[in-house]
Design a protein around this ligand. Sequence first.
Ligand SMILES: Nc1ncnc2c1ncn2[C@@H]1O[C@H](COP(=O)(O)OP(=O)(O)O)[C@@H](O)[C@H]1O
Ligand SMILES: [Mg+2]
Length: 279
Amino acid sequence: MSVSPRRTGDHVLSMRGIDKRFGAVRALNGVDFRVREGEVVALVGDNGAGKSTLVKILAGVHPADAGTIELDGELVQLSSPADAQDLGIATVFQDLALCENLDVVANLWLGRELIERGRLDEVGMEERTWMLLRELAAKVPSVRVPVSTLSGGQRQTVAIARSLIGEPRIVILDEPTAALGVAQTAEVLNLIERLRDRGHGVVLISHNLTDVLAVADRIVVLRLGRNNGEFDAETATSEVLIAAITGAFDPVRPVSPPDEPRAPVIPLADARRRVDGDR
Ligand SMILES: Nc1ncnc2c1ncn2[C@@H]1O[C@H](COP(=O)(O)OP(=O)(O)O)[C@@H](O)[C@H]1O
Ligand SMILES: [Mg+2]
């Protein structure tokens, strides 16, 4: 699988003013979210903050009620998961959705099998599977064993490798390390860096701030369905992030009714000052 040369630094994805209601619940309220090529953006927030809803809109699972989504500067409609995939947005959901009884090759190519003269091109699929796994520096002992025999980290690797088959621009990972031990977590974090090296824009949803600080370039905080700060991972600290996630900033901001425009994003310097001022 070859990687086409990619420009870096451009926003490949731009979501603006995204609203989403479920009945009376306002899950997202004017959310902005952007991702560049070769950038790992962590999306963090407490339970119910709206992370999954934002990602499902991006994956074409839910339509947004309002707001715009641009890919490479062009407005797009994501009306179905197939739309999202066709536009180069790949999602690895938390349950991975692998077929336990099938081997690694079969899982990667399921539904997109390579055909050669009317027959499955097993050799071609196996070769390309190895190429991809090597590129990802993935530690999978064999590609001809059922997925059920693999460790949690290896399964995550297989699910991520599968998401790359169509060379997506954006890869979304929902809690990829939640169920993993220390060594396997390190492997998956490594893998995320390889994704960045390949030029994909990566969206990482995670509860683990250590992981987020280790691997992300930028960290976007959602709270109660709104943007509540955006941080450069090089300079952010868990204290600052926790304050943004839990709303330690809220008292210094005028309380606005739910239908007001969203609160401004808090610049990092202000966030620091406010947290330091609390001590
Ligand atoms: N399909 C749904 N039906 C009704 N309410 C939903 C649905 N999905 C999410 N919600 C609600 O939207 C809010 C945001 O949820 P979610 O996006 O799952 O947050 P997070 O992933 O950050 O924990 C929550 O209040 C949740 O209960
Ligand atoms: Mg969620």
